[in-house]
Design a protein around this ligand. Structure first.
Ligand SMILES: [Zn+2]
Length: 309
């Protein structure tokens, strides 16, 4: 099975009816344009080559694909990831990479594992009672407590990513959403929430329940004040890309805030209509999936595919 299909059938002037005549989409009124992937360019024989979600012949194929992309997300993003398993394997079960210690660089616990060392064979399947269904490693208790509550509350969320990145945890301390001042931040316009109820290191499922209540169907991110970032997606690829992107936005925002405080300059806010337009296109869930594909293929190339087993 190829990791991704890269060929779309001919896309012949596919600009949707509801935006026909809207000159903001003018470039897509061309043969071979693909608004979904925001690509233009037809080949001489009329094809448009863009990555598309693969179709699976069997559940086993789909399962392997999900596991391989889950591990790539660990390696690319160095993030804690938990993913809902396919329903026919174990209801409510999730795939969870081996174990995460307090530090991603220093693994002192006997059950800890560096994200960059994780392979598909290191994944474990854990049920809602924290019992290992497949695999042999234990799992991180706090991660399980948060992620499992979110998976239980939101069937559409198939992947949850969480980590304490430097920029993410620094920005989280303010307990405020990202302002609409950069194009990349607009991917998350009206699709992220802030949990201001930090109650110490997670030893129960309470924080997971609180975050689950905050998350709406359009959300991609929960900023956990005094803690870090948590990203969700319909696919692991989507959630992982949002994580990479949102973390960089936090870093840029901190730089902007520092520069603004030092100079007195004020960044210009993007108006609601423009922000909504950009979020609808650049922030579409397929775009999150699509943007992770280069990371995935690069990781396969860099590691010669060692993590796939
Ligand atoms: Zn955490």
């Amino acid at each position: 099975m190829a990791p991704i299909a890269i060929e779309q059938p001919q896309l012949d002037n596919i600009i949707p009816k509801d935006i026909k005549g809207d000159n903001r989409y003018g470039i897509f009124d061309k043969k071979g344009s693909d608004l979904k992937s925001m690509a233009v360019g037809a080949t001489k024989d009329g094809r448009t080559l863009v990555p598309v979600l693969p179709e699976f012949k069997t559940k086993e194929e789909q399962q392997l694909y999900a596991k391989q992309h889950l591990v790539a997300a660990f390696r690319v993003s160095r993030i804690m990831v938990m993913m809902r398993a396919l329903q026919d394997i174990c209801p409510f079960a999730t795939l969870f990479a081996a174990i995460i210690s307090g530090s991603i660089l220093k693994t002192t616990n006997s059950y800890a594992m560096h994200f960059a060392d994780i392979c598909v064979s290191d994944l474990v399947l854990v049920n809602e009672n924290a019992e290992i269904v497949e695999g042999e490693h234990a799992v991180n208790a706090a991660g399980f407590a948060i992620h499992s509550e979110i998976h239980k509350a939101h069937p559409w969320i198939n992947a949850v990513c969480h980590a304490h990145t430097v920029a993410g945890k620094a920005y989280s301390t303010f307990g405020k959403p990202l302002p609409p001042i950069m194009q990349d931040s607009l991917r998350f316009y009206d699709s992220h929430v802030v949990n201001t109820e930090y109650a110490g290191v997670v030893l129960s499922s309470d924080e997971g329940k609180t975050i689950a209540k905050l998350l709406r169907r359009q959300d991609k991110v929960a900023i956990l004040q005094n803690h870090g970032l948590l990203l969700v997606g319909e696919t692991i690829d989507e959630a992982a890309y949002w994580f990479v992107c949102f973390d960089k936005c936090c870093k840029a925002q901190l730089m902007i805030d520092a520069a603004s405080a030092g100079t007195g300059y004020q960044p210009k806010l993007v108006d609601h209509e423009t922000a909504t337009f950009t979020a609808k296109n650049s922030g579409a869930r397929y775009r999150g999936w699509l943007n992770f594909q280069p990371y995935y293929t690069n990781m396969v190339k860099k590691t010669k595919g060692e993590f796939l087993k």
